[in-house]
Design a protein around this ligand. Structure first.
Ligand code: PEP
Ligand code: MG
Length: 860
């Protein structure tokens, strides 16, 4: 019931049903939150009555009474939406305390120090969350009392000190709000509930939902959980902790967590005190430790997934405060999913669905080059909170991180500890370093969720935020200095350490085998160089879906000949220049064919406007004129004639082939001869797929085929080899999609060029859209950047139409996609839905596409 009760509320109810010890309480549903916002901050009329009834029931179960002077019931009031939003919304603890109930609590527990501590925490939280009085103002009072007594830790404070603090807190409240701190517990509860609902729309919660693409139509609001308090700070037989049922960083099957004796939960999460590792609880309290492990097992069996659990021990009695699906790194997700299959907790299909396809990107993240890392100095070591490696310039606050990242800089955000306000800065940073807090601190949890490298609790680092520098013993590192983090070891290096890309095997390999077993879509790669082709093969690409031949033209040893060809004034001059390029092109294709070992290779003939190859700088123009033996003026004139007002819609793609058939003829001959040679030499059966770009009219294709087929036949005759080859086209102009039946009468395959198709369907220049797309997404004019994820409604409709029309005209027409979106999980899913044969994407996204394709098929 998580959509109604929120994740926290639903799980508390479920744990109660499982017989797990949970402090009793009740949940106000997310529908109330929605009602509240839909009706101008009004509640449904029955709410007050229902709260009263629930409260009475709670009093009966706990045998305590709300506001009672002898036996007071204290509650926590917590937010909890259907989607987890850690630390984004508000929580209030110890609610129900006032001068009267405080006495009751002292009497009941016989521990006045504890009672005053609970009271001062409550005042601080309530005043901050409900009335917006800054935290720092309370911390200042606390700090003053401590320093007056020469104390370091909060736990050193005596009852008298805490009493003084309570008085001062209340004075502060009165000054700030011009009224006394609320004494009536019912009024406290009403205001707390309203504050939690209010926190649904605070800036950081809104930002978090946006960043994590949480759909507010489904996740309609937060629930409010009102739960009786249990205390982890009642003395040495009390404590609190957080734990994962498996290691969230590596996935290792061993519970993993942290705890503190004589503390409240916020001490652990906020990183104020550095907690102890969970396995040490065995020494502190063996029975509780074993009870906890048994509960973890029960929870995993019930939820069939790794859990993230909060617990409190109150006077030797264990309570579970919360359980939820544990956030994990991609590495942990893969390992846990594969392990759970062998433990028979889940099946292969579930395992495939468990791993977020996009998150695999984390596994392909760079790690520090083992050969080079020893050349750099390790300046400090903290906790390995989120794996991967990152280098960047040091910044000290979220705003600077965002600003620097916007100008393309890579930054490492260094903070004493992070808080939810830092979220945008953390998102902008390449890595995060904190000097305080454990593996479950805010920085660690959020960084892992974002797939960002993070080193936390690096105590040697002393941050002087005001001076924008940090110190490690005698070393000072200033804003803008370069450092490198290794999130897998916790090491911090001075300087920029080179990185390498890891190999993918073991559990990852196993998961990928399952993905391949269930997926229906083929996965190819976009590769123009042998290096890319090899990488893609290692990642499991089943061929090349797009080789952009223009990139080969830019290579240093041939750009001169290319320029000569472009500037040629006669056909003969052009052919002379092309003859120089021909052997190099042939060799390019040979290399790709050899790496692909008979897998299909789709080669696209020259596409960009010719002027892209011409020199732009004065010194290059002078040099080229000299080499070509023409005057500089003449060369400038020729360049001028190639100028176009709108080159993306100008003389490019198949239009070049129509005007200068020699170019495409040279390329086609190079393709066929390379394939013939390899077939003769190694017996590799190559099936070249020749792709014509930017076709919008079937006659373009017809004319070009007439020019190219004789060259192909001639090349095969020369080698006395018969090849199976295909000629097809990109579908990247809206007119081609709309007339796909006509086009298919000439094309043996289609490949959607969704970069151009999006550009021309929307009329958004793909090179300039960056300037406004962000605003469009922010203002919800667009759900996503259509250059990242295919716009299924418009561009997708064109694709669907092209598939249907194309296959109607040619039954065995095979169809793929090779625009950038081909490696985006949502787009892959869409391609599966409309019945494409394969997707093609950049090498590093091949595993992502394989997994996304399997998830789409299993989803069917
Ligand atoms: C496309 O337009 O989607 C495509 C793959 O071609 P290019 O990006 O080279 O224009
Ligand atoms: Mg294109």
């Amino acid at each position: 019931m998580k959509y109604l009760l929120g994740g926290k509320g639903a799980n508390l109810a479920e744990m109660t049903n499982l017989g797990i010890p949970v402090p009793p309480g009740f949940t106000i549903s997310t529908e109330v939150c929605k009602y509240y916002y839909d009706h101008g901050s009004e509640y449904p009329s029955r709410l007050q009555i229902e709260i009263k009834i629930a409260l009475a029931k709670l009093e009966k179960i706990t045998q305590k009474a709300f506001g009672d002077a002898k036996n007071p019931l204290l509650v926590s009031v917590r937010s909890g939406a259907a989607a987890s939003m850690p630390g984004m919304m508000d929580t209030i603890l110890n609610l129900g305390l006032n001068e009267k109930t405080l006495k009751g609590l002292i009497e009941k527990t016989g521990n006045s120090r504890f009672a005053y501590d609970a009271y001062r925490r409550f005042i601080q939280m309530f005043a901050n969350v409900v009335d917006g009085i800054e935290h720092e103002k309370f911390e200042h009072i606390l700090g003053e009392v401590k320093s007056k007594k020469g104390m370091k830790l909060d736990t050193d404070l005596t009852m008298e000190d805490l009493k003084e603090i309570v008085t001062k807190y209340k004075e502060l409240y009165k000054i700030e709000k011009s009224k006394p701190f609320p004494e009536d517990p019912i009024a406290q509860l009403d205001r707390a509930i309203e504050a939690v609902f209010g926190s649904w729309q605070n800036v950081r919660a809104i930002t978090y939902r946006k960043l994590n693409k949480i759909d507010e139509k489904v996740v309609i609001g937060t629930a409010v959980n009102v739960q009786s308090m249990v205390f982890g700070n009642m003395g040495d037989d009390s404590g609190t902790g957080v734990a994962f049922t498996r290691n969230p960083s590596t996935g290792e099957k061993r519970s993993y967590g942290e705890y503190l004796m004589n503390a409240q939960g916020e001490d652990v999460v906020a990183g104020i005190r550095t907690p102890k590792p969970l396995n040490e609880l065995k020494e502190d309290n063996d029975a509780i430790y074993n009870q906890l492990l048994a509960i973890f097992k029960k929870l995993e069996k019930h939820y069939q997934d790794m859990q993230d659990v909060e617990f409190t021990i109150e006077n030797g009695e264990l309570f579970i405060l919360q359980t939820r699906t544990g956030k994990r790194t991609a590495q942990a997700a893969v390992k846990a999913a594969v392990d759970m299959v062998s433990e028979k907790l889940i099946n292969e299909k579930t395992a495939v669905l468990r791993v977020n396809a996009e998150s695999l990107d984390q596994l392909l993240h760079p790690t520090l080059d083992p050969a080079k890392r020893s050349n750099f100095k390790v300046i400090a070591k903290g906790l390995p909170a989120s794996p991967g490696a990152a280098s960047g310039k040091v910044v000290f606050n979220a705003e600077d991180a965002v600003e620097e990242a916007e100008t393309g800089g890579k930054v490492i955000l260094v903070r004493t500890e992070t808080s939810p306000e830092d979220i945008a800065g953390m998102n902008a940073a390449a890595g995060i370093l904190t000097s305080r807090g454990g593996m479950t601190s805010h920085a660690a949890v959020v960084a892992r969720g974002m797939g960002k490298c993070c080193v936390a609790g690096c105590e040697a680092v002393i941050v002087a935020e005001k001076y924008k520098q940090f110190h490690i013993a005698n070393l000072t590192v200033k804003e803008g200095d370069l450092i490198t983090l290794d999130g897998s070891t916790g090491e911090v290096f001075l300087g920029q350490v080179p990185t390498t890309i890891p190999k993918l095997s073991g559990d990852f390999g196993k998961l990928m085998t399952w993905a391949d077993k269930y997926r229906k879509l083929g996965v190819r790669t976009n590769a123009d160089t042998p290096k890319d082709a090899k990488t893609a093969r290692d990642f499991g690409a089943e061929g090349i879906g797009l080789c952009r031949t223009e990139h080969m033209f830019f290579e240093e040893d041939r750009i001169f000949a290319v320029r000569q060809m472009i500037l040629a004034e006669t056909k003969e001059q052009r052919e002379t220049a092309l003859a120089k390029i021909f052997p190099m092109q042939k060799n390019d294709f040979r290399e790709l064919f050899e790496i692909m070992k008979g897998l299909p290779v789709k080669i696209r003939l020259l596409d960009p406007p010719l002027h892209e190859f011409l020199p732009k700088e004065d010194k290059d123009i002078v040099a080229l004129a000299k080499e070509l033996d023409v005057t500089e003026t003449k060369l400038r004139e020729t360049i001028e004639t190639l100028h176009e007002f709108n080159p993306m819609m100008g003389h490019r793609g198949c239009r070049l082939g129509i005007t200068f058939p020699e170019i495409y003829q040279m390329q086609v001959r190079a393709i066929i001869e390379a394939a013939c040679e390899l077939k003769k030499e190694n017996g590799i059966e190559i099936r070249p797929e020749i792709m014509i770009p930017l076709v919008g009219e079937v006659n373009e294709l017809r004319v070009l085929k007439g020019l190219l087929i004789p060259v192909i036949e001639e090349a095969m005759k020369k080698y006395k080899v018969k090849l199976h080859y295909e000629i097809g086209t990109m579908i990247e102009i809206p007119r081609a999609a709309v007339t796909a039946d006509e086009i298919a009468s000439e094309a043996e395959f289609f490949s959607f060029g969704t970069n151009d198709l999006t550009q021309m369907a929307y009329g958004f220049s793909r090179d300039d859209a960056g300037k406004f797309i962000k605003d469009y997404v922010e203002q919800k004019i667009l759900v996503d950047d259509p250059f990242k994820t295919v716009d299924q409604i418009g561009v997708g409709k064109l694709m669907k139409m092209a598939v249907e029309l194309g296959r109607k005209a040619r039954k065995n027409l095979h169809i793929g996609i090779c625009g950038e979106q081909g490696g985006d999980p949502a787009t892959v899913k869409f391609c599966h839905k409309i019945g494409l044969d394969y997707v093609s994407c950049s090498p590093y996204r091949v595993p992502i596409a394989r997994l996304a394709a399997a998830q789409a098929a299993i989803g069917d």
